[in-house]
Structure formats: C-alpha cells, structure tokens
Write a protein that binds this ligand. Sequence first.
Ligand SMILES: [Zn+2]
Length: 184
Amino acid sequence: MEIFLYNYDEAKEKIGTNGGGFAAMNGRQLFFTWYGKSIFNTVRNREEYVGVHEMVHVITLNKLGPITTRFFGEGYSNALDGNYGSILENNRMIRLRNDSTLAKIKAKSRLLKPSELLYNDSIPERAYYPQIGCLVSWLFDTYGVGKINQLYAVKRKKIEEKFLQVTGDSFAEMERKYMEYRMK
Ligand SMILES: [Zn+2]
C-alpha cells in the first residue's frame, strides 16, 4: 500500500481537501493532510497524526468490497474511528467524539432516524458522519459484526430486504429499537 502525505498548505490544491484525507477506490492508496501537529484522541487516549478513518476504508475495500452506500461505507469508518472533526482547546487540538456530538444533536432535537441516514443524500457531512458512526457502532453491538459485514456491499435498494434476511429484524423494527435506545 502507498501512503501519500501532503503539507497542509498544498493539500487543498493537490488532493482537493485539507480536512484529513481519503482512500483511493482501488484500496491501495491513502492520501493524507500532514498537519505537523498531533491531535489528541480521547477515545483511544493518545496523540495521533492521522486518524483511523481512511485506514478503515482501505481494509473494508479489500475485505468486504466496494463502497456501494454512504450508509455503510462511511458508517464503518466513522464507527471505528469514533470521532469526527476536532477543536482547539487550551492551545491543544482535541478530536471531537461522535458520542459527544450525538448528545448535542439530540439536545437540539436533530437526531436522524436510520431510514433518513439511508435514503437522504443531502445531509451535510458534519451532521451525517457522527450520526452514522454511532448507528453503525450500535448495529455491531446489537447484531454482531459478522452479520453487519454481510450488508456492507449491498446496494441501497436491497438493504431493507437483506437486513431482514441477515438479522431477523425488519429495518423498521431495527429503527424502532435504535430510536428507543437513543431516547433513553
Ligand atoms: Zn470516509
């Protein structure tokens, strides 16, 4: 695998983002913005220079197949990373945890249902990434990674049908359970 690091001031021009990085669809190349300063990750309790998000894309591309939906494609990366974005606090960069962001979203009554996360393509990244990360993490805990892996490469229009086959719950039943869990 090849890993490309771009300086912060050239990343936007060269790879189109200076907000982190991306994994090539061939699953063999990773492109990252190099900040030169570490960011503290409270989930892993360590300083990091690059997050695990793009690494997860590379692994899922090689092991589970191409990204067919944003729901699972970004869901896996955000679930395993556990963070989206970062803030400057007392002169130190801290990664923002998905669970903390979700609590704020919930307090503003902006929590999205699984069906919205599956079918609405216009949800901005800052709202989508933390929420899909929390949902997919809950799906792993509730149904087991082995079952959810079988849904990873399924096309969007087949997901509801396949979800029932694989888990024994309809997508709507899963949604009811998830929203009940989040509202507690
Ligand atoms: Zn991603």
